[in-house]
Design a protein around this ligand. Structure first.
Ligand code: BMA
Length: 806
């Protein structure tokens, strides 16, 4: 008899079992949503205010401190199956599962799937299922007593349990400790046998695709067959292991380098003619290697895909919402498309979050978005005693097997910043010999990856040099995090080193205006008003925002200028860092900016804010991650123009370099007849000194052009530039569903932004940070449901350019 599945996601209720600060007056039970969380159920029942607004996070703190019970009844009809399993996709976190009064088990890991054999406990007709959750805080207190204290950058017991760490608050995230059935529930009936863990190893052998399937069989294992088919090839073999060769499949490529052909892989478990169980996934064929072979400069960190060393234009990914089940497949698809549109080719799923749901990786497969997956350890010392090692092993096994079919997944990484913490953050003294997780990173996890997913590389940490004898954040070795720049020194210091691979660096800015005023209702609204302050979680974050402006832009005198200047500075800081790294392509083979997204509306390093709106940084990333980057960089005593080419065709052409006054007067001009950047490489051309040497640093710039790429270089910072009073004309025309906004510059205009979200929260614009010389024009396309008028669009705070900041 074939496997049969009954979904048990509907008809749940929720009740509060109390806790230290439980709000009196909660009704006995409310409707619950599965997949869901207690917070979102309370919100739907209008029993709590929206935790994302104003200071409400504090008001709902009690929710995470209570115990909660989810219950439902369901009908069950005995179809004669030999086995019935109750399967929970995800329980967050400390749950006791009771069916018809019988305790099936207790759970302690939100990152695992749980399966209980329940045939003997089911009744024909009505059944009662209860899942009771103990507060993670309460459990944390108990764990605190078991484990002696270990360093943790953030308050809360995240390092003592297997629950998303950022749930307890992060330097961009609120403390909203969630509870609930965050993935679905099913009742699965089967007889004889069913498919357990399926591990497809997909490789290339010459031009041919090779699929090796290792299938775990639960139940009777004798006389079973496995029928495996991929791309029209089918084999039927005794169950257990199967191999298939696909002659010359089309290769799966990361975005920008080719297409993403996906093939159906289908597996059937057969007993004679009966199909007992089935399993299917989309797979892709590509080769993969992480090149870390030491060279003259140290230890490279280069992803080689289909034999092509790929330069990584990446972004770090955090959970897209504090309430995970809100992140629908559509939302993943949109967010990943936004990353791809910004010329991002890799997302690093950061270790303080989760192993994302299947929809995330499926979408990355479809869109050619490479995925670097951290194991879930971040910014803390993790004990290696008690129940933790077994939980960690079980969780790693679950997720390695779940994610390994995805061609987009290209790296398993041990942890976020923990090796660095041990080296530099005083952990060694604080730990006094106690364990901190090294055994996971150097032994357990690489062993599990080698056993279960041997075709994928493993790296012990981000940052990590490749050896405990070399500082983990040594820029010459492995992957590096550059955080002193934002935390301590100005962004010009990105140029101080050339990391082999930079897996984190970032600069803060507030969310878009529309998101700010949607989430904070302070009156007056200022950088330090209570709501704005509350939506800034980084230690002295607002001070760092101001300090970061120093030497670059004047100190803002009002809220509008603060908002614009800090966003502009964020975009410029990251542009500066990436241009520097990309100009050293070869020695440096990747940049992963911190961070793509936000989990709520907050002042953060994100390019896309917590309500999904694009900050100026997003537009800056799109420009600086363009496969053809032209940049002017200081080299030696002078300057060079560097053409960086991430395409597989050479990029060549004449380059013209002009030194101009802001009024448009050409002071020097030089054309080199042919600069040629070979495929996947960078080419450097020194600029003659007479062209590159200014007579008045404050009033001149260099402009390089090659085909449709342009590079600007200023000899000094905005505070010292004689930027003219902005003069321009602006016209608006209707163009089908959009508006065509033409800006014609009458003076030099630096970094024009039209903040159309000031006019309507849903209005969108196609470009930002556009620089125009006098006489030049630019057409912006705006999508807006409301009528646009030239006067409002031409005025502050909608029309902004750097000239206005003084
Ligand atoms: C690193 C990250 C995150 C953090 C970011 C900004 O530590 O791994 O933990 O949010 O820096 O401070």
């Amino acid at each position: 008899m074939a496997r049969n599945e009954q979904v048990l996601n509907s008809g749940w209720t929720l009740s509060c079992l109390g806790g230290p600060g439980a709000t009196p007056g909660l009704p006995g039970t409310i409707r619950a949503t599965v997949p869901g969380t207690v917070h979102t159920d309370l919100l739907a029942a209008r029993l709590i205010p929206d935790p994302y607004l104003d200071l409400n996070e504090i008001a709902v703190d009690w929710v995470g401190k209570c115990d909660w019970r989810f219950e439902k009844t369901f009908n069950w009809t005995d179809d004669g199956s030999e086995n019935v399993d109750l399967v929970f996709g995800g329980l967050d976190t400390f749950a006791t599962v009771v069916l018809n009064g019988v305790t099936l088990g207790e759970t302690a890991n939100m990152n695992r799937t749980y399966r209980f054999a329940v045939r003997d406990h089911l009744r024909a007709g009505e059944n009662h299922l209860a899942v009771t959750f103990e507060s993670a805080w309460t459990r944390g207190e108990a764990l605190d007593k078991i484990y002696e204290p270990r360093p943790n950058n953030y308050p809360g017991p995240a390092n003592l349990m297997r629950k998303m760490a950022c749930n307890f608050g992060w330097d961009w995230g609120p403390t909203l400790v969630t509870t609930g059935l965050w993935k679905g529930v099913t009742l699965q009936s089967w007889s004889t046998a069913r498919l357990g863990a399926i591990r497809p190893e997909i490789t290339l052998k010459g031009a041919d695709g090779h699929v090796g399937i290792d299938a775990e069989i639960e139940g009777e294992t004798s006389d079973l067959m496995l029928r495996v088919s991929v791309a029209g090839e089918t084999v039927t073999l005794p169950a257990g292991f199967a191999e298939l060769t696909i002659p010359s499949p089309q290769l799966w490529w990361p975005t920008g380098l080719g297409n993403q052909p996906l093939y159906d892989l289908a597996i059937e478990l057969l007993a004679g003619d009966t199909v007992l169980d089935t399993w299917q996934r989309k797979i892709g064929f590509r080769s993969l290697r992480l090149d870390t072979t030491p060279d003259d400069e140290g230890t490279p960190f280069t992803f080689v895909i289909n034999d092509v060393p790929v330069y990584i234009c990446g972004a770090n990914w955090i959970p897209d919402d504090c309430f995970l089940p809100r992140v629908t497949p559509e939302r993943y698809a949109a967010r990943i498309a936004e990353a791809k549109d910004a010329n991002i080719n890799m997302l690093r799923v950061w270790g303080g979050g989760i192993y994302e749901t299947d929809a995330f990786y499926e979408e990355c497969d479809r869109q050619g978005m490479l995925v670097w997956q951290d194991f879930l350890f971040a910014c803390a010392a993790y004990p290696e005693e008690g129940d933790l090692p077994a939980e960690i092993e079980a969780e790693a096994r679950d997720n390695i097997v779940r994610l390994m079919p995805h061609p987009s997944l290209v790296l398993w990484n041990g942890n976020n910043e923990n090796i660095w913490g041990w080296f530099d953050w005083g952990w060694q003294e604080a730990l006094d010999g106690r364990t901190w997780g090294l055994g996971y990173y150097l032994d357990l996890l690489p062993r599990l990856v080698a056993e279960l997913d041997p075709t994928r590389p493993y790296w012990a940490g981000s940052p990590y040099s490749g050896s405990m004898d070399i500082h983990p954040n040594d820029p010459a070795h492995g992957c590096t995090h550059l955080w002193d720049v934002w935390n301590e020194i100005g962004y010009e210091h990105y140029a101080d080193s050339v990391p082999r691979f930079c897996s984190e660096f970032g600069w803060q800015a507030p969310p878009t205006w529309a998101t700010l005023i949607q989430s904070v209702h302070d009156n007056p609204l200022t950088p330090t008003s209570p709501g704005v302050w509350h939506h800034q979680k980084a230690t002295i974050g607002n001070d760092k925002l101001l300090r970061g402006l120093k030497g670059h832009l004047p100190e803002p005198q009002n809220m509008d200028d603060w908002h614009f200047a800090t966003q502009l500075n964020q975009a410029r800081a990251i542009t500066f860092g990436i241009e520097h790294m990309r100009s050293h392509r070869g020695r440096n083979m990747g940049a992963i900016v911190w961070q793509l997204n936000d989990c709520w509306p907050v002042n953060s390093w994100a390019a896309i804010d917590g309500y999904g709106r694009l900050k100026p940084l997003w537009y800056a990333l799109r420009a600086v991650y363009h496969p053809h980057l032209l940049t002017i960089q200081p080299r030696g005593e002078g300057f060079s123009v560097i053409a960086v080419n991430e395409r597989t065709l050479f990029w060549r052409g004449p380059v013209t370099i002009k030194r101009l006054r802001f009024d448009g007067t050409v002071l020097a001009e030089w054309t080199h007849w042919r600069l040629c950047a070979d495929r996947l490489s960078a080419a450097e051309l020194p600029i003659p000194a007479d062209v590159a040497t200014p007579s008045d640093k404050s009033n001149e710039l260099l402009v390089a052009t090659m085909h449709d790429s342009t590079a600007f270089y200023y000899f000094t910072e905005d505070i010292d530039l004689a930027l003219p009073e902005p003069k321009f004309s602006l016209t608006v025309e209707r163009a089908d569903e959009s508006w065509k906004v033409t800006v014609a510059a009458e003076s030099f205009l630096k970094d024009i932004c039209l903040f159309v979200d000031r006019l309507h929260p849903d209005a969108e614009i196609d470009d930002m940070l556009v620089t125009l010389l006098p006489g030049q024009g630019h057409v912006f396309m705006v999508r807006s449901l409301i009528e646009l008028d030239a006067k409002t669009l031409s005025s502050v705070p909608v029309f902004r350019c750097a000239n206005q900041l003084r």
